[in-house]
Design a protein around this ligand. Structure first.
Ligand code: UT7
Length: 333
């Protein structure tokens, strides 16, 4: 009997732009201060993609190139690329298509997934299913957002939070039971009112009025989002442990969405995990939306060991949320 195929992560790539926007820079732009931002969110600086004609795909490309270099493959070997993003280069075609063209990934088909901060988890589950089906051998899953493109830098409630960045993973079949083990994914459209972009879709197409009313920027009512996020992320993470008969002691790492240090702490507490087991890079990148989870794995790759149990957890606009359990597939190179 043939063995069950699982989807193992076999390489990680990442990209963050060089330009930094610090809390002190923001102090000069809006009525805020470093202390407020650090204590309320944990953020110290974020990266911003600057330059005429630069878009999300320009962060996807170096992230995927790095992953191909590390794995020793050519982009033409990629069979499918899924890009999680809410800041696509254009409404259509998909950023995945544009990035594949720039990469020379001639044999890949691809598409974008719009699930805000949970986009990467949704995409990882989709990518893993393609591998598990036995039909695909090399699937690239990317989380990438140029949040600076949709931020109103005169709105202190949102401009302090978000940054730009991209992370990418390669998924390949595994017969040792390594890779994606289980996922719990949820969504609740009634949360739309708290976190959305008012115009630019078919409901309210772009007009001079929508631009004048600043309706093409992120709108967030922070407090209710905070409350739902704490509960949502902690609940699914605890449920995932329970249904896999695991406790915090069995988990090597928690990879939480980097939206707010207080939400991260609440999730870790609920899972019975100490801070040393939690990946936190919010201080240097802020919230890169779909980019946060793969950028954590990119930053921590050298500390991950074959067989490590890793829980990824996210919460975001939609509302969307979820958690995924992984068994890491390789030792540090
Ligand atoms: O990734 C997608 C999911 N998003 C999230 O998970 C975000 C969840 N929400 C949050 O992280 C937090 O709600 C925020 C960081 C957005 C805001 O923190 P908060 O502790 O909820 O602050 P608040 O909105 O309750 O505001 C408290 C006070 C207010 O002043 P008053 O009314 O008490 O006088 C705000 O006007 O802080 C004020 N304030 C600021 N002060 C200095 C709001 N933004 C700022 C600011 N600098 N940037």
């Amino acid at each position: 009997m043939s063995k069950k195929i699982t989807a193992a992560i076999t390489a990680v790539g990442g990209y963050v732009p060089e330009d930094k926007l610090t809390n002190f820079d923001l102090e000069k732009m809006v009525d805020t201060n470093d202390e407020w931002i650090r204590t309320r969110t944990g953020i110290e600086e974020r990266r911003i993609l600057r330059g005429e004609g630069k878009a999300t795909s320009d962060m996807v490309v170096p992230a995927v190139k790095e992953l191909c270099r590390k794995r020793g493959i050519d982009p033409s070997e990629i069979e499918c690329m899924i890009v999680a993003t809410v800041t696509p280069d254009m409404v259509f075609p998909a950023t995945a298509n544009i990035a594949c063209d720039k990469l020379g990934a001639k044999n890949a088909w691809g598409f974008d997934v719009s699930a805000a901060c949970s986009g990467f988890l949704y995409s990882l589950t989709l990518g893993a299913s393609l591998i598990e089906s036995g039909r695909y051998k090399k699937v690239v899953v990317v989380g990438a957002d140029k949040m600076s493109a949709i931020i109103d830098y005169s709105d202190r409630t949102t401009c302090i939070i978000f940054g730009d960045g991209a992370g990418a993973l390669l998924l390949e079949p595994n017969e040792e039971g390594l890779g994606v083990q289980d996922s719990i994914l949820r969504s609740d459209g009634s949360g739309c009112q708290y976190l959305h972009m008012k115009a630019g879709g078919s409901l309210r197409p772009a007009t001079v009025e929508t631009v004048m009313a600043k309706q093409h920027y992120i709108y967030q009512d922070g407090q209710p989002v905070f409350k739902f996020a704490v509960k949502g992320m902690a609940d699914v993470s605890a449920e995932l442990l329970e249904r896999n008969q695991l406790t915090g002691d069995d988990i090597a790492w928690l990879v939480p969405h980097q939206a707010n240090l207080r939400i991260i702490d609440a999730t870790a507490n609920r899972m019975g995990l100490s801070r040393e087991k939690v990946m936190i890079n919010i201080q240097k990148y802020g919230n890169t939306t779909a980019g946060t989870l793969p950028l954590c794995l990119w930053d921590w790759e050298k500390q991950l060991k074959k067989g490590d149990n890793i829980v990824l957890a996210a919460f975001g606009g939609g509302f969307t949320w979820g958690a995924t359990l992984l068994k890491w597939a390789y030792d540090p190179i």
